[in-house]
Design a binder for this molecule. Structure first.
Ligand code: PGA
Length: 253
């Protein structure tokens, strides 16, 4: 059975106090969730990580993730945060290759491959984001473009390493726009990516990889998306900033 995962990407939002309040509300509501088969990952901004970790404490099923890490091990890289530092205080996941990092910070495939290596070297689970632009989709090249993103940044990994990666398909045109991919569009891409992984790493490994959908997922569409056989959860932006909405999404399986 593949892991079901719902990850909240807070992006650059919330003061420390607001972040702590949100975490407390999520934990409070999560205590009443009956189906705890879903792993929940909170990905707050860097300064919130340690306080959020202390709030999570020993709560089973809730994990802590960063939104980025350096491609370097350590040293004179002012302003950067390494995978090693994150792992040293209990961060377990890291979002890599988000389209906002690719677009605004010019993070390319080769750099992302190095970041993935760093994450894995320090036992962080990379939540590797991929996705196409609206133009690419309209041209009908979406599947080949997203497959190529996986090939370029992940296919150097050994099978053992690859088995630790989580993939998040996030069509750029759906992020923060209120335009969700239809459940069928998500399923088509997830199935294609799984087949792509199977062609290199074998069917068994491909079947074990969790592929999340992201892009305007909300309590109104999560059920339909999660009902698709190759959609194993969500990477949630805007709706992860409201405890009620986020919990509803968690309960949509
Ligand atoms: P959104 O963001 O849910 O606000 O569209 C998703 C993401 O960027 O991870």
């Amino acid at each position: 059975m593949r892991k079901k995962i719902v990850a909240g990407n807070w992006k650059m939002n919330l003061s420390l106090e607001e972040g702590q309040r949100l975490t407390s509300e999520i934990l409070h509501q999560y205590a009443n969730v009956i189906n705890k088969q879903v792993s929940v990952v909170l990905n707050p901004p860097f300064p919130h990580l340690y306080p959020v970790k202390n709030l999570i404490g020993e709560t089973q099923g809730i994990f802590l993730g960063a939104q980025n890490c350096s491609d370097k091990e350590s040293g004179a890289f002012t302003g950067e945060v390494s995978a090693k530092i994150l792992a040293s205080f209990g961060v377990s996941h890291v979002i890599l290759g988000h389209s906002e990092r690719r677009e605004y910070f010019k993070e390319g495939d080769a750099l992302l491959a190095t970041k993935v290596n760093q994450a894995l070297a320090h036992d962080l689970t990379p939540i590797f984001c991929c996705g196409e632009s609206l133009q690419t989709r309209e041209e009908g090249n979406h599947i080949s473009v997203v497959r190529a993103q996986l090939t370029a940044s992940l296919f150097h990994l050994s099978a053992e390493e690859f088995s630790k990666v989580v993939i998040a398909y996030e069509p750029i045109w759906a992020i923060g726009t209120g335009k969700t991919a239809t459940a069928d569009q998500a399923q088509e891409m997830h199935q294609a990516l799984r087949a792509h992984i199977a062609a290199t790493y074998g069917k068994e490994l491909a079947e074990s990889i969790s592929i999340l959908y992201g892009g305007s997922a909300n309590p109104g569409n999560a059920k339909e998306l999660f009902a698709k056989p190759d959609v194993d959860g969500g990477l949630i932006g805007g709706a992860s900033l409201k405890a009620g909405d986020f919990l509803e999404i968690i309960c949509s399986f």
